[in-house]
Design a protein around this ligand. Structure first.
Ligand code: NAD
Length: 380
């Protein structure tokens, strides 16, 4: 197969979908031909010569990669200017935004067979292909570094000749992959951490990282309903939300840094920090909103901007993994390679769409000109 890697053109996207390590494996023994757009790896610190040394063929123009490839590997879904470049009958693999039906319909219309990696099931078998985990882990780490940078005080407690400096108090809202990494990173910097999640299962994980779990009192019925079979959060009832809001408001006012990561797949992010809560926080506090892409967990978040409201710095960067480009690309490229190992026939190397395979059927968004209706990841 001819596997193509065009450069990413979305504003601020620094990642690339293949690295010399993964290309070496794909080209081993002449199994596949890998075409890489010249300069596609520069923002991830990968030189053209590194790609060539790994066995890739460099192509000057991205359009030629699309024209020649049987399979295109991307980080982000195509921009409007890329859609016409897609070759009918080719396959496309990347972060294709599967909940956006307009985006999926555009891919179907372009005649490609497309696989959205966001929909890889969160199962042990699929772990090596789990791009949401590999990238959320990076986002959680970087969020804490951005917060520490914007915060005008120390993170750790210090005892100096000039007196004692108290440790920063960090509140993490949403203790999934990103939230847990944010806790671990803030812990390494010496902060005192509290975390909250609607999934009761998160409590043990939060505590094992040395943070305190902030608990909303729940009934047995609410506890049973908080998590889907797939491990995602469910949208909770109004009464629970009122109790949750009061508790978060109290804990946010006592914090110096709030990292928010709360998401419900396919839905707008829940607003956990309304303006009244932000107004009640201490001046100089910092909020990093990892849910900015889905509308934000803070009502005052501005997408892709760092703003100040009521004396609080609010960071709404929507692509934190792109700020750790080299490692983000390395992990993403391994996720894609693992997915290809499943998708491609081990003997002949051609694509096999085995719809009985739960990973293939979950990720397939369109083929033969039509979009594939999938079951929602998060049933209401
Ligand atoms: P996510 O990005 O969808 O959401 C982030 C976190 O926000 C989740 O922990 C969620 O419970 C929480 N959240 C949602 N609404 C909230 C609210 N109103 N208030 C507070 N918190 C709220 O989650 P994720 O990090 O992608 O992880 C989703 C699930 O998948 C988790 O259960 C995780 O443990 C599981 N997971 C499993 C595997 C595996 O088994 N291979 C791999 C990765 C993740």
């Amino acid at each position: 197969m001819r596997i193509g890697i065009p450069g990413e053109i979305r504003q601020g996207e620094t990642r690339v979908a293949a690295t010399p390590e993964t290309i070496r494996k794909l080209t081993q023994g002449g199994r596949h031909i890998v075409l890489v757009e010249s300069r596609a790896g520069l923002a991830s610190s990968i030189l053209d010569s590194d790609f060539e040394a790994a066995g890739a063929v460099l192509v000057a123009a991205g359009a030629d990669v699309y024209a020649q490839a049987d399979i295109v590997l991307k980080v982000r879904g195509p921009e409007p200017t890329e859609l016409p470049l897609l070759r009918r009958g080719s396959a496309l693999i990347g972060l294709l935004n599967p909940h956006d039906q307009t985006a999926v319909d555009a891919l179907a219309k372009a005649g490609v067979t497309a696989f959205a990696l966001e929909s890889v099931p969160r199962t042990t078998r699929a772990q090596t292909m789990d791009v949401l985990s590999s990238q959320a882990n990076i986002a959680g780490y970087k969020a804490v570094l951005l917060a520490a940078n914007a915060y005008g005080r120390f993170m750790p407690m210090l005892m100096t000749a000039a007196g004692t400096v108290r440790a920063a108090r960090v509140l993490v809202l949403g203790a999934g992959v990103a939230g847990l990494q944010a806790i671990a990173t803030a812990k390494r910097l010496g902060a005192v951490i509290e975390a909250f999640d609607v999934r009761p299962a998160a409590k043990e994980q939060v505590e094992s990282l040395g943070a305190k779990f902030v608990e909303v009192p729940v009934s047995d019925e609410e506890r049973a309903k908080a998590e889907t079979a797939g491990g995602y959060a469910r949208d909770m009832g109004d009464d629970y939300k009122r109790r949750q809001a009061a508790l978060i408001d109290e804990r946010a006012r006592a914090s110096d840094i709030v990292i928010t990561t709360a998401l419900v797949p396919g839905r707008p992010a829940p607003v956990l920090l309304p303006e009244a809560t932000v107004r009640g926080m201490k001046p100089g506090s910092v909020i990093v909103d990892l849910a900015a892409q889905q509308g934000g967990n803070c009502a005052l978040t501005v997408q892709d901007a760092s703003t100040v409201a009521h004396g609080i710095v609010i960071i709404g960067h929507t692509n934190l993994p792109a700020l750790v480009a080299a490692d983000a690309s390395a992990l993403y490229a391994r996720n894609i390679l693992s997915f290809l190992n499943l998708l491609l026939d081990p003997a002949g190397g051609e694509i096999r769409i085995d719809r009985a395979d739960e990973i293939i059927s979950a990720t397939l968004v369109c083929t033969e000109g039509a979009s594939v209706r999938r079951q929602e990841m998060s049933p209401a």
